[in-house]
Write a protein that binds this ligand. Sequence first.
Ligand SMILES: NC(=O)c1ccc[n+]([C@@H]2O[C@H](COP(=O)([O-])OP(=O)(O)OC[C@H]3O[C@@H](n4cnc5c(N)ncnc54)[C@H](OP(=O)(O)O)[C@@H]3O)[C@@H](O)[C@H]2O)c1
Length: 313
Amino acid sequence: MRAFALDAFGQPGSVHDLPEPEPAEGQVRVRVAAASINPFDNAVLQGFLKDRMEHRFPLIPAGDLAGTVDALGPKASGFSVGDRVFGVTSKMVLGEGTLAELTTASTGSIAKYPGSVSDVEAAALPLAGVSALMSVEAAALNPNDVVVVVGASGGIGGYAVQLASARGAHVIGVTSNGNTEYVKSLGADEVINRMSGEVLEALKSKHSDGVASIIDTGSDAPALALLSEAVRKGGTVTSMKGAAAIEELAIRGIKGVNLRTQVTTERLEHLVGLMADGKLKAPRIRTFSLEQAGEAFKIIGEGGAHGKLVVKI
Ligand SMILES: NC(=O)c1ccc[n+]([C@@H]2O[C@H](COP(=O)([O-])OP(=O)(O)OC[C@H]3O[C@@H](n4cnc5c(N)ncnc54)[C@H](OP(=O)(O)O)[C@@H]3O)[C@@H](O)[C@H]2O)c1
């Protein structure tokens, strides 16, 4: 099968001809239609996780997928050959990824998607969409709560702004130059340009009683600690980057959450249901061919995605 793969860390990667994978127990094999790339996948290619997880070479990156079930492994229930499925592979080993004509995935981290959702839209959704869903749930938003989404133009942010807005929250998107109109189009009520360097001042002057929540996908720990000064007592600060100082926040009566995304069939079904009902739209998506996958990794490595990057297989 054709797959985008690397023979060593740090290489640009290229299209290889590799053996077809066989589904193990509890897995299905998927004929991949599209696969999206996340910042984590670029970290894998650079070797940042080499001491923490087993890697197999030639290394096929990425975990998000959308495609059609092609074969069932032993004890793989709930899916049939021919089902359109999307989700993540969910493997303990890195390198058996989704930038390939065929991949294998656990039945617990995929779900079916209807004809009204395209392959590209479904491929963009899994990790970023579930991260956004879990962030918004962690924020425990009530209608009219003011929530700040930092990284609103990003993969997770593109869904988080919409999901928070759908709960009736007043959403403030924090983004960089050139993304204001995009973030507004997702449903943000206000947008702050972080390049102004005055995000905290802007929040404090317009919301002097404090905001209810920060959902942060972009800040490091010092930046998030500073921004958290805008959160009122009883509020929440959720970080996708492990940047929330849980104990310090607790002293101020604020709940800090460092989220670890867990993609489950149930969460995927919930998200794709919203999409099919027209209540959640796809973020800005750029598509690439398998041959162009290296270009997509370059963009994500430079932090220039500002939306989702999807490889059409
Ligand atoms: N913990 C987990 O289980 C888990 C799961 C999934 C992802 N993640 C992590 O979550 C993060 C976000 O993922 P993603 O897919 O949304 O990434 P992304 O598409 O690259 O989006 C991140 C956004 O953050 C903004 N940003 C960049 N630098 C920033 C800074 N210094 N301060 C504030 N904002 C900044 C950028 O938007 P602007 O330039 O417009 O501001 C960018 O669009 C990544 O680090 C990823 O690895 C963690």
